[in-house]
Write a protein that binds this ligand. Structure first.
Ligand code: AMP
Ligand code: GLY
Length: 445
């Protein structure tokens, strides 16, 4: 790719998008980098724009005004809403799947049926648009069992039910939310319509070790991007409520070369082929949530974008030019650069600092001090999620997850020590973090 040939717009404003922007900004191909909406950290590497990603015409107009050559969509909601289709229709190269392909994240029922059609290993399940049928299925299956709301639920749509009572309550909550519930984009389901959209997926509880696996796909060409493990619970020892992710590390020790090959052959490649066969080719990054069970890897769920904070640790390990890879993915030329993907041998680990109270209610506006010294450390990067600068230039926490303090080291232990040393240098009494990110990898020795 020619030097300084691309004006790039990143959509999003979290730690994932800060990691993407910081990496793109170092690329020789990057001319001007924009991010919408961005945040205080992103503002140091990109020009932040005020744009509503749900307003497709406004995004297209901004691309024309700033002669954008490539749009990279960070979060799932704009993809499920069809932003990538609108941009491509306007002739703008876009990293991220079409609305039809984003169904892999947008509908759990779609993905379960897709897996059945293409023999992709996943937990046995059934999808329901009728409450009584869901109740009857639960009674036949019994507990423990997993109940999932069908659509996007920002990580809140899954109930791991230990008892039939818990499962019944979760099923009812899904149906109650679907019938005119706030935030539900779906039409109310009607029991007598057999093609009514599913409301709930009920599936078998899988046991094993959970890993996140990533691959770039440009429709037909598939390039593995490595693995990570995250920590979804708020507190040490994997206790407390689920969050968007309190930390992550890469690579996942369980994903050795043999397991990676098995995942590619049994899950990722059949998915890419199946999506082409079904007329909805996938383009972008596919994030597979996997359970490595005694019977082998099984798909828990797909996401159609990078994970947050998994993206931060993946990119800390990437030596190749991410922008070249992303541009090739967006333009269907991934095969030309597939052999160029190179990694640091080191591990990477990211500790999320959140505002006290997250994932429940929390205050906004507390000041974060002493970040500059931490940001200057070698092998440490602090990615901002919920930050902004006040009129005096002071850094303020304005979100739940606020910083992702990320470090590289020869192994997970060293990366962890460096990340926590950096955390300890940050002066932010209103923040908290888990102190045990990486425990599973360290326990393996
Ligand atoms: P999902 O949104 O489908 O990824 O589910 C959120 C989390 O729930 C996953 O990361 C797993 O930890 C857990 N989970 C979901 N489905 C299952 C399952 N069938 N068996 C065991 N754990 C599951
Ligand atoms: N960290 C999990 C996610 O991004 O979905």
């Amino acid at each position: 790719m020619q030097t300084r040939s691309l004006n790039v717009l990143v959509i999003g404003g979290g730690g994932r998008e800060h990691a993407l922007c910081a990496t793109f900004a170092r690329s020789p191909a990057c001319n001007t980098l924009y991010c919408a909406p961005g945040n205080a950290g992103i503002a140091s590497v990109a020009r932040c724009l005020t744009l509503d990603p749900a307003d497709h015409a406004a995004v297209i107009n901004a691309c024309a005004a700033h002669t954008i050559n490539l749009v990279v969509v960070g979060p799932e909601a704009p993809l499920v809403a069809g932003l990538a289709d609108a941009l491509r229709d306007a002739g703008i190269a876009t990293f991220g799947p079409s609305q039809a392909a984003a169904m892999l994240e947008g509908s759990k029922a779609f993905t379960k049926a897709f897996c059945a059609r293409h023999a992709i290993p996943t937990a046995a399940s059934a999808a329901f648009h009728d409450r009584a049928a869901a109740h009857a299925y639960l009674e036949a299956q019994g507990a423990p069992i997993v109940i999932k709301a069908d659509g996007l639920a920002a990580g809140k749509g899954v109930t791991m039910a230990h008892t039939a009572e818990e499962a019944m309550a979760a099923i009812d909550a899904c149906f109650d939310a679907a019938v005119g519930g706030a935030g539900s984009a779906k039409p109310a389901p009607s029991p007598d319509e057999t093609d009514a959209p599913p409301v709930v997926v009920i599936e078998r509880w899988l046991h094993g070790e959970e890993v996140s696996f990533f691959a770039l796909i440009d429709g037909t060409c598939v390039v593995p991007l490595g693995s990570a493990q995250d920590h979804k619970r708020a507190f040490d020892g994997d206790e407390g409520p689920n969050t968007g992710g309190m930390g992550a590390y890469a690579p996942a020790p369980i994903m050795d070369a043999a397991m990676t090959a098995r995942v590619m052959e049994t899950i990722i490649e059949p998915t890419a082929r199946g999506m082409v066969d079904e007329g909805r080719p996938f383009s972008g990054v596919l994030f597979a949530g996997l359970m490595i069970t005694a019977q082998g890897p099984q798909l828990i769920e797909y996401n159609v974008r990078f994970g947050d904070p998994e993206c931060q640790v993946l990119l800390m390990r990437l030596r190749s030019d991410l922008l070249a890879l992303v541009h090739a993915t967006a333009t269907g030329t991934l095969a030309d650069v597939a052999d160029d993907v190179a990694w640091h041998d080191e591990a990477a680990l990211s500790v999320v600092m959140a505002t006290r109270g997250y994932p429940g209610t929390y205050g906004k506006g507390s000041e974060i001090r002493a970040l500059e010294a931490v940001e200057a450390k070698p092998d440490v990067e602090v990615f901002h999620a919920g930050t902004s600068r006040d009129d005096e230039g002071r850094l303020r926490a304005i979100g739940g997850r606020v910083l992702a303090v990320t470090a590289r080291g020869t192994d997970v232990a060293e990366a962890q020590a460096r990340a926590y040393a950096a955390v300890d240098d940050i002066d932010w009494p209103e923040g908290f973090c888990r102190r045990d990110i990486g425990w599973r990898a360290l326990k393996r020795g």
